[in-house]
Ligand binder design. Structure first.
Ligand SMILES: Nc1ccn([C@H]2C[C@H](O)[C@@H](COP(=O)(O)OP(=O)(O)OP(=O)(O)O)O2)c(=O)n1
Length: 532
């Protein structure tokens, strides 16, 4: 790719700072004026002021955000990601070579990276990833929405469409650079850009179709067809700087910061509440280290049949890395990463139970500070990365360490049957709630008593799908690829999108309270725990 960069004359507007409404002749009126002078700082402020941002305090990171308040929720997580993203950006800019490369690739501004990090989880539905999977199934199977639901695409929809910042504004009207920086997976599910990244010989991370659902498009993506115009406008300043399927540098900073933040704080959280036990983690890592050669020689069937014996799960993970990430995987680096995690996590942190003492808090804080610094020190900006990664990557040592840290969390927290039990209940709650709201929407007798927000969302989506039907009818397909034609069919899509928008914007607690009320289990009509 040609990265020769033309210098912009001083009086020419910065295309990275372009806003959609100002291009359309609108712009911020007096009621919505920004305090910050820098457009990217103004974006950061717009995001922080949004009710969608405040809502993240009530949304699950891994387990419910309610209760003790000691575990991370999506708000405290986002604040940490923002801190890490800003410091990565500032460190890169302090190196003349990295700063020069970042400029050639389309620019790097710490305010943009920070704003994107603050915004990156806005689209997470109640109950986090669990809710995401349920809403995707419901969107495709019940409402025939080919785009389904995806947390990152919902983030982009909130920022550009459903959030508002003044009487006439649709979306937060952010700059192109910040909008582009939240595009972790810069493509739509099925059709755009062309050729679609899912068709590449080695697709970027998230672009491949799920093996068990052929024809459903990329497993991760950042824009529904309703937001495609915004997507193209946001990415326009980066054309010729990065490939169409590549993240901008700022998106890559946000993505890496997200990985670093949760790899560390998820382990802290579950040590704090006593779920992460020293003995089982020590046995797994120790079992792999003591028998690495023998385990590497086991055939896959034996490895599967012995899955519960110490070391087997880690060996399966090592093989998965070889299958998916051959661009970086290295057995020596893997063994060193296992050794380091064993020393610093298992022997140091987990060897004493968390008892709330000052000493225990100090140990947690030291673990977090040491690992955050180590991983942030491991970032590297490269001119021509392999397709599986962005321009910003972790060096091999730190990349393997993050994989091992995430493995410990997945194996000893996420795969626990007691967590699965809890999540099955939440999954059923989300899908029942969708059914109940949809039944309310189609009840003719209740047409004038519908929640105002829900009604507004239906109208918004109806306008959007009608516009697509006129301008790009080929994009309007149902979940099995059949064309959607006619006013009634378009309305059905709009109804589905509106219910999904509505449910996905609830906190965990609101979702519970709303279903209680809709099922006749709430005793008070004027409850304050949710706002319709
Ligand atoms: N099945 C899963 C997967 C992840 N998580 C948790 C672990 C991390 O705390 C966080 C990771 O999810 P993110 O959305 O922050 O990031 P990803 O990069 O994994 O996903 P995406 O790229 O879709 O945002 O969610 C979880 O509880 N259950």
């Amino acid at each position: 790719m040609d990265t020769v960069v033309r210098m912009r004359p001083m009086d020419e507007p910065d295309p990275r700072a372009a806003r959609r409404d100002s291009e359309a002749g609108g712009g911020a009126g007096p009621a919505t004026a920004d305090l910050a002078v820098s457009p990217f700082r103004a974006d950061r402020d717009r995001i922080v002021s949004s009710p969608f941002f405040a809502r993240l305090g009530g949304v699950t990171q891994v387990v419910s955000a309610g209760g003790s308040g000691l575990l991370h929720n999506r708000l405290t997580h986002s604040l940490k990601v923002a801190t890490v993203a800003r410091s990565i950006a500032e460190r890169l800019l302090a190196s003349p070579d990295a700063a020069d490369l970042a400029r050639k690739l389309g620019g790097l501004d710490p305010d943009v990276a920070e704003a994107a990090a603050l915004a990156h989880d806005l689209g997470h539905p109640p109950f986090g990833h669990l809710g995401e999977g349920v809403l995707d199934r419901v969107a495709r199977h019940r409402f025939n929405l080919a785009d389904g639901f995806e947390g990152n695409a919902q983030t982009f929809r909130i920022l550009t469409t459903t959030d508002v910042r003044g009487p006439s504004a649709v979306g937060l009207d952010l700059t192109a650079a910040v909008r582009a920086a939240v595009l972790k997976y810069p493509w739509s599910r099925l059709h755009r850009p062309r050729p679609h990244p899912s068709e590449m010989p080695v697709p970027p991370r998230g672009a491949a179709e799920p093996g068990d659902a052929p024809g459903t498009g990329s497993s991760k993506f950042c824009a529904y067809s309703t937001e495609w115009d915004d997507f193209e406008q946001a990415r326009a300043p980066f054309a010729g700087r990065v490939e169409p399927w590549q993240q901008t540098v700022e998106a890559s900073v946000m993505d890496t910061a997200d990985d670093i933040a949760y790899a560390i704080h998820d382990l802290q959280d579950f040590h704090r509440i006593g779920v992460l036990q020293h003995a089982e983690v020590a046995a797994e890592l120790g079992g792999w280290t003591a028998n690495a050669l023998e385990l590497a020689g086991l055939d896959p069937a034996t490895l599967d049949s012995e899955a519960r014996r110490p070391g087997r799960s880690l060996e399966r993970m090592r093989r998965r890395l070889h299958a998916k990430d051959s661009w970086i995987v290295d057995d020596d680096a893997f063994a060193l990463a296992v050794a380091r995690v064993r020393t610093e996590l298992v022997d140091d942190l987990l060897s004493g139970a968390f008892d709330g003492s000052i000493e225990a808090e100090q140990a947690l804080a030291a673990f977090s500070a040491r690992w955050t610094a180590r991983l942030v020190d491991g970032v590297l900006l490269t001119p021509s990365p392999p397709t599986r990664t962005g321009h910003l990557t972790l060096r091999a040592a730190q990349w393997h360490e993050v994989q091992v840290l995430k493995f410990v969390h997945r194996r000893f927290v996420l795969l626990r049957p007691d967590l699965a039990l809890h999540q099955r209940g939440q999954a059923s709650l989300v899908s029942t709630l969708v059914d109940a709201l949809d039944a309310w929407l189609v009840d003719r007798d209740e047409a004038y008593r519908l929640p105002r927000r829900l009604r507004d969302l239906v109208e918004l989506a109806r306008t959007e799908y009608a516009a697509i039907a006129r301008a790009e009818p080929e994009l309007l397909v149902g979940a099995t690829g059949e064309p959607v034609r006619g006013t009634d069919a378009v309305y059905e899509l709009a109804r589905g999108r509106a219910v999904i928008d509505f449910v996905s914007s609830l906190t965990d607690k609101q979702a519970v309270s709303l279903l209680d009320a809709l099922s006749g289990r709430a005793s008070q009509p004027w409850s304050e725990s949710f706002v319709l």
